[in-house]
Design a protein. Structure first.
Lengths: 480, 215
């Protein structure tokens, strides 16, 4: 019996092989530049040809294949509240809030300003109520925290505000002991963090073919906690990547493989999550574009490559370059969400932001959650008939009758087969006017207000809070 | 004959054909054409034409980049000879550019550098992860009058402020204009740290830099 799901194929079987082979050539012939101290010795020991002066490792096929063999095929992304654990791979697509924007559109004033820890707290409280979400990320950088410890403050703000699985970044090795201590405190000890994987790291190579040193070294250090790593290459077709979708996909895939190799060499079996956040360039200004159909296509193709390797496969999506919330944002978010979802992504990362992932909008988190429901409905497809004897039902109604009083219709009204939106109104025109012409964004604003006025979900115990404050103060004293 | 040569030089830039531009520059030297004249009457008009077509929307940024590269290649061949004759080509300004300390994201900086080169500036690119001291040193070395600092991260954009402070401390702040850019950088941030100009993208960066030197 077919599932009759809507699945889209963006790379055929032979195309996947072509991408893979091209990626292997890139890794073996061009190589990848690794800054930092830890990666090159690991690669040299494994058989890569290392040019120490240039910092470039040329990685042969067997090294890549060995890494792919040790990377786990399935694991569970734990959550501070175990009810939110999420197993990978997943039969359905779920969502992560977008991360590390510089700006917030202030909920009260509508002005764009730099983000703060409070913005992260508020956004993650809203995200906690977004039922399609499974993975938190720090949505805005914390301009109110010292640069030297900013990532730590951000990480802890996320741990506090979300009891879902959370991912974020770290910038230096010096920050590692503080993060490890904070996660152990919040996660019930280092062993529990290792076992349950309630938090993970987001890692973006610098396109083309470069790995940041301090960040990569820090992430390798954190292998002792077995923190999963989401590997998210970001080549932009035309600037930091070749100006063609197939070629840019191959470059992104090569970068992802190069990261998988290093993480597996350091800690064989460490969970890695295949991902991508490609973009295109505005050919007039050179600016990055993340909300284009081409981005959606590349994301879907790369989800397919992740699946080709048998790895948990995710991608960026639901992204928009629109300057303000509204129709342009929704169109761009749809065309970058549907392709990876229809290609079977485990997680699509991108709820809640616009302006090329640079601006958080609280109500957009809920609008995007609504959009995720629409996409989910599309992907579920036709499905099997609710009433297997539907021919008899049609015969019972007969020519000229209607199906209004049918039990099947009654059940359908409550079923998943017919989507019931929560933010998009379905009033007739006059009724809509009588209601004061409500909008989708207006309803989302009301809902955001309700959430923020409501109770804090799954707060940390006071003793844990106090310990986190102490750890951050110690970090500030040393690194801030 | 010379007119034909200049026309070919102009066209090589318009076509973004670096090989042709280099060949024409070499031929010009062999034929005894004054290198400064070759630049200013041959290659520069090509760049002007490309700039005009870019502004009209007939050409795209990659066309501009190719043209700039062709012109750079030709200048690279002609300049040593030109300097040997103590001649100097007209430039709108001398720019020292790099990314802030700790930041290795350079695509924005590279775009701005090439666009400034295409726009008639002499650009000295310090690359990535540049200390304030290195900016100061280079400004002194080449007698720059413009400094461009790029940052992609909110954690590294503070490095832009550090460069401005270092320039002030070295007594150079009054003789250089400082431009800043990068995804998290805003006009308000530029004002806050005392920068002279801010470009939201590479085209904007050229516009603001031209304005700073009254070009």
């Amino acid at each position: 019996m077919t599932r009759m799901r809507y699945t889209a194929s963006f790379l055929g079987e032979s195309d996947r092989e072509r991408v893979h082979e091209a990626s292997l050539r890139i890794l073996a012939e061009t190589g990848v530049r690794f800054h930092g101290k830890r990666a090159l010795p690991l690669l040299a020991d494994a058989g890569a040809q290392v040019d120490a002066a240039a910092g470039i490792a040329r990685i042969p096929r067997p090294v890549v294949e060995a890494a792919l063999a040790t990377a786990p095929r399935s694991f569970r992304l734990g959550a501070r509240n175990p009810a939110h654990d999420y197993a990978l791979p997943s039969p359905v697509t779920r969502y992560a809030i977008d991360g590390t924007a510089a700006f917030t559109i202030d909920f009260d004033t509508g002005e764009r300003r730099y983000g703060t820890r409070r913005d992260t707290e508020q956004a993650l409280r809203v995200f906690q109520a977004a039922d399609m979400g499974v993975m938190a990320w720090v949505p805005v950088t914390a301009s109110d925290a010292p640069a030297g410890t900013r990532a730590l403050h951000e990480f802890v703000a996320m741990v506090r505000a979300s009891s879902r699985h959370g991912q974020h970044e770290l910038h230096t090795r010096e920050q590692v002991p503080y993060l490890a201590a904070a996660l152990a405190v919040a996660g019930g000890g280092a062993d529990a963090v290792r076992e349950r994987h309630p938090w993970s790291l987001i890692y973006c190579p610098v396109a083309p073919l470069v790995h940041d040193g301090p960040m990569l070294d820090a992430y390798l250090d954190l292998g002792t906690l077995d923190l999963p790593v989401m590997i998210m290459p970001m080549p932009v077709a035309g600037t930091t990547g070749p100006a063609g979708l197939f070629a840019n996909v191959a470059l992104a895939n090569a970068e992802a493989l190069s990261a998988i190799v290093v993480y597996q060499l350091a800690h064989p079996g460490r969970p890695v999550i295949y991902s991508s956040a490609t973009g295109t360039m505005d050919f007039r200004s050179g600016a990055f574009l993340g909300g284009t159909p081409e981005m959606g296509i590349m994301s879907a193709a790369l989800v397919t490559m992740g699946r080709f390797y048998g790895l948990p496969a995710t991608s960026a999506g639901c992204t928009s370059d629109a300057p303000e919330p509204g129709p342009e944002a929704v169109i761009e978010k749809l065309v970058t969400m549907l392709p990876p979802a229809s290609a079977g992504a485990d997680i699509v990362v991108g709820l809640g932001e616009i302006q090329g992932d640079q601006a958080l909008v609280l109500e957009q988190v809920l609008v995007d959650n609504e959009l995720a429901h629409y996409v989910e409905r599309l992907v579920e497809g036709v499905g099997e008939p609710a009433d297997p004897d539907f021919v008899a039902e049609i015969a019972g109604v007969g020519p000229g009758g209607n199906f209004l009083a049918s039990r099947v219709t009654g059940r359908a009204a409550r079923s998943r087969e017919f989507l019931a939106p929560t933010l998009i109104g379905r009033h007739g025109y006059e009724a809509w006017r009588d209601l004061g012409s409500p909008s989708m964004y207006g309803r989302a604003r009301e809902k955001v207000r309700e959430i923020l006025a409501g109770p804090f979900v799954d707060p940390l115990p006071d003793a844990v809070e106090a310990e986190l404050v102490r750890i951050l103060a110690a970090a500030d004293a040393e690194l801030g | 004959m010379t007119e034909d040569l200049f026309a070919a030089m102009r066209q090589s830039v318009i076509d973004g054909d670096s090989d042709a531009a280099a060949e024409l520059a070499t031929s010009a030297l062999a034929a005894g054409v004054d290198p400064l004249t070759a630049i200013e009457d041959g290659f520069v008009p090509g760049m002007h034409e490309v700039g005009e077509q870019f502004r009209c929307g007939d050409l795209y940024l990659p066309d501009m980049m190719l043209a700039a590269r062709a012109m750079q290649k030709a200048i690279g061949i002609l300049e040593p000879e030109m300097l040997g004759r103590s001649a100097q080509r007209r430039i709108l300004g001398r720019v020292v550019i790099g990314t802030a300390k700790g930041d290795i994201h350079e695509i924005g900086k590279n775009l701005v550098g090439l666009m400034l080169t295409a726009g008639g500036f002499e650009v000295h690119d310090l690359g990535v992860d540049v200390t304030p001291e290195r900016f100061v040193e280079k400004v002194r070395e080449v007698d720059a009058n413009i400094v461009g600092i790029s940052a992609l991260l909110t954690t590294t954009m503070v490095g832009q402020r550090a460069v401005i402070a270092a320039l002030a401390e070295a007594g150079l702040r009054d003789r250089v204009k400082v431009i800043v850019g990068g995804a998290p950088v805003t006009r308000a941030w530029a004002n806050e740290i005392g920068a002279d100009g801010y470009g939201e993208d590479a085209v904007g960066a050229v516009t603001v830099t031209r304005a700073l030197v009254d070009a």
